[in-house]
Design a protein around this ligand. Structure first.
Ligand SMILES: C[S@@+](CC[C@H](N)C(=O)[O-])C[C@H]1O[C@@H](n2cnc3c(N)ncnc32)[C@H](O)[C@@H]1O
Length: 296
């Protein structure tokens, strides 16, 4: 299906553009005001095309999960990884972060390694691979094949330069209040060495580790591959501040957008399937926007 250019109309609040959907050739709505899309909206279309309408350096945080290795059948998508990765780099603010949640299919007995290839490509185009995190699924379906059950996905955390925001999630320390020898980092060998005669008192809390165990989302909302609300919320809290702009360019049923809204961030969701856009809009409409959300 050929893409046609934006079509402009004037409305009460300014100039709007209608972006022709490339899914079925019909005209679905992406809303623009002036040259740029409105925020706090779900834009239907191919993110590769829709992102081209965004200015440089405008997104604080992206939390997304691409369709990987054709593992699931969505409604008529085309997924062209490399141009999308480049658009994400261009539109991410300096210090902004992209969280890319992905796994591999096993084809003819061998894992594809697509997740690693994508991670290396993100580095090639300029992102910093800030952290390789794991989403560990507390429950998973038994497939009983000739390997251990698949129970995790990668959560690659890329940053454009050094992350500008890090609000670490804390957990309590089992050994809080006890003493331990102080260690100092030995930068040359990248490890910690004991600093004789000095002791630390263990704090009440410490940073959470980078393996996050969570129950997969059991409420499907009519979408086959929803990630847990907690996963989206924890990344949003970690890598952004209230009022920041959060993107999910392949937003499916809108989990990232919902959690952004609940945590007083702005959001833009892009999704190629009209049906999934409707699911997202329904989930978003169920969250009342109260004045309290904007009080400091
Ligand atoms: C893994 S799902 C995302 C699920 C989402 N994280 C959630 O919690 O609901 C990937 C989504 O990407 C959409 N998609 C695939 N290619 C796309 C493209 N080029 N542009 C926009 N969306 C696309 C699919 O329709 C699918 O809904």
């Amino acid at each position: 299906m050929q893409a046609v250019g934006r079509q402009w109309r004037s409305g009460r609040r300014g100039k709007y553009a209608f972006w022709p959907s490339m899914v079925r050739g019909s005209y679905h709505l992406s809303i623009f005001l002036g040259d740029f899309p409105l925020i706090d909206q779900i834009l239907q279309g191919d993110c590769r095309e829709v992102l081209k309408q965004f200015p440089d350096n405008c997104i604080d945080l992206t939390v997304t999960s691409p369709p990987y290795d054709n593992l699931r059948k969505y409604h008529g998508y085309t997924f062209d990884f490399e141009p999308i990765a480049k658009e994400l780099f261009r539109t991410t603010k300096p210090g902004g972060v992209v969280v890319w949640v992905v796994g591999d299919a096993t084809i003819k007995g061998s894992e594809t390694g697509t997740s690693f290839k994508q991670a290396l490509y993100f580095k090639e185009i300029g992102f910093n691979l800030h952290d390789t995190m794991i989403y560990s699924k507390i429950s998973y379906p038994p497939l009983t094949h000739n390997r251990y059950e698949q129970s995790f996905e990668y959560m690659f955390v890329f940053s454009k330069g050094c992350p500008k925001t890090f609000n670490p999630l804390l957990i309590s320390c089992d050994t809080a209040g006890t003493k331990r020898s102080r260690y100092k980092s030995n930068k040359e060998v990248g490890s910690a060495i004991r600093n004789d005669n000095r002791v630390d008192i263990i704090n009440e809390t410490k940073y959470k580790a980078n393996v996050w165990a969570m129950h997969p989302n059991n409420t499907h909302h009519g979408h086959p591959a929803i990630f847990p609300e907690q996963l989206a919320a924890d990344h949003i809290l970690s890598w952004s501040n209230p009022g920041d702009l959060i993107l999910d360019p392949m937003c499916g049923s809108g989990t990232t957008c919902k959690m952004a809204k609940l945590n007083n961030r702005h959001f833009i969701g892009i999704e190629i399937s009209q049906e999934y856009c409707q699911i997202t809009n329904k989930r978003l409409a169920a969250i009342p926007t109260t004045l309290a959300a904007y009080c400091q």
